[in-house]
Design a protein around this ligand. Structure first.
Ligand code: C5P
Length: 459
């Protein structure tokens, strides 16, 4: 069946349901997927309940209600069909909307997944969106939320913009009027909320000598090109509010700086960005990547419903709670970053690693490691471990690298899937960011195995 037919069939399945249970993941893609489905299904007049899980595994299967509802698994399920089968779920009561690689299963569960059709850059929120649009063409107001999910799941990162069916969602958002597409924007995080020099100095894709990790260097660059970092009333300006000629002056200087240092990364200086014109200027909801961080902050601190509610347009008390989650998230990540830098990492030939014990929750260690990488030896992927208070026999592992390594052949998802599988654990993710659970007793051998696999990938 073609992708469009899968989408149509999924919409028909939902339309025919008496009631629906959505089971989704707690990250930005999972939260936005759930929000899209909940809104679209509610608009179709069908009762719907939602359930969030960190991973779909034997322990979390109890979250799946035992009732007559249609169970829609979104952003998960494709790789865990054996669990659905073990639970005795009938194919008639299951619909999977996922973008992870599917596992073989005896029971023919219905599924919409871009991967078998070659759409490798369409996240679950994108699939949920197409199903929602099929339910009612009026649902194109949800394109914005789908863009957040796709960007949050790094679908735009390598290609410097959303491509394939995900680009069609951007077009819908533009047609709806809620999305402004900037085709050649600065490829930098924080363009709607961070002071320009901070924004520039935090960026390491591409790494710009004299700017990356150097706030003073970034300030000097602004001075040199005559762009004032502040408004007349003394407030720091953000990238988004600069005049075109000011943006041009800065990017020209950045290009020169890169060229003067060998030119690597010039091609990554620009990317598409997605601005949400109906959101307040300088708010974390103003662009797709910052919106995605807010959702991740909610999800990773066990409040996915707050994020979902913000996706659905709630801007009252719920939004203030989401902002609180975001600020808290940032504070703890800063602490974690500091902890990593002060404690230091152990370097192997192809890897650097550390163990943070029980100091930080497993849901955020990867984020801290990703931020630390730019300040450590950024040429070597970083692996971070922590213990799980709820299960002392298990260790959570997160790995992060950068585009530079990925271009040279590093694929962390492959490394962690292989290595964790060999020791009876399990993992997954993306080439640039992946995670796994392993038996605690295997930590040491596991780390050297990961080092070995990285060496093989770079051979
Ligand atoms: O947990 P962490 O932030 O390190 O996860 C990075 C990526 O790896 C995410 O996309 C997550 O869904 C994926 N992951 C996975 N299996 C795990 C842990 C993480 O697929 N056991």
């Amino acid at each position: 069946m073609g992708f469009s037919r899968e989408v149509r069939s999924a919409a028909e399945t939902i339309r025919a349901a008496e009631s629906v249970s959505v089971i989704s993941h707690i990250d930005a893609d999972g939260i936005s997927s759930e929000a899209i489905l909940r809104v679209a299904i509610t608009r179709a007049g069908i009762p719907v309940t939602s359930h969030f899980v960190r991973q779909l595994e034997p322990l979390t299967m109890k979250t799946v209600p035992e009732d007559d509802s249609l169970k829609v698994f979104v952003d998960l399920g494709a790789g865990q069909q054996n669990l659905l089968e073990e639970r005795g779920l009938d194919p008639e009561e299951v619909l999977i909307l996922d973008h992870h690689v599917s596992q073989p299963c005896e029971v023919p569960y219905r599924q919409v997944n871009g991967v078998p059709h070659g759409f490798n850059r369409l996240s679950a929120a994108g699939i949920a969106y197409f199903v929602a649009r099929e339910l009612d063409s009026g649902n194109i107001d949800l394109a914005k939320v789908a863009i957040v999910g796709n960007v949050g799941d790094m679908m735009a990162r390598e290609t410097l913009g959303l491509v394939g069916p995900a680009a069609e969602i951007v077009q819908d958002g533009v047609a709806h009027g809620s999305v402004r597409l900037v085709r050649q924007d600065l490829n930098c995080y924080g363009t709607s909320t961070r002071p320009i020099h901070v924004c520039l100095s935090y960026n390491d894709d591409p790494r710009i000598p004299g700017i990356t990790n150097d706030v003073r260097g970034a300030e000097r660059l602004l001075e040199r090109v005559g762009v004032s970092p502040k408004t007349r009333d003394g407030r720091y300006r953000v990238w988004e509010e600069l005049e075109q000629d000011e943006k041009k002056a800065i990017t020209s200087a950045l290009v020169q700086q890169l060229l003067a240092n060998g030119g690597e990364g010039v091609d990554r200086l620009f990317s598409e960005s997605y601005i949400f014109v109906d959101e307040a200027e300088r708010s974390p909801l103003r662009n797709a990547s910052e919106f995605a961080t807010l959702l991740n902050a909610c999800g990773r601190w066990a409040k996915p419903r707050i994020g979902s509610s913000v996706c659905c347009g709630n801007r009252g008390q719920v939004y203030r709670e989401a902002e609180y989650m975001l600020n808290n998230h940032r504070t703890i990540i800063r602490e974690l970053l500091q902890y990593i830098l002060e404690t230091g990492v152990t370097e192997l030939s192809h890897l650097q690693y550390l163990h943070v014990g029980d100091r930080y929750p497993d849901t955020i260690i990867g984020i801290g490691a990703g931020m630390a990488l730019g300040k450590l030896n950024w040429r070597k992927p970083i692996l971070i471990m922590c213990t799980l208070p709820e299960d002392p026999t298990l260790t959570k592992v997160s790995m992060r690298t950068n585009e530079w390594s990925v271009r040279r052949g590093v694929d962390l998802q492959a490394v962690l899937t292989t290595a964790s599988g060999e020791y009876g654990g399990g993992g997954g993710g993306h080439p640039i960011a992946a995670g796994a659970f392993i038996p605690r007793e295997a930590e040491e051998v596991f780390v050297s195995r990961v080092n070995e696999l990285l060496r093989d990938q770079l051979a």
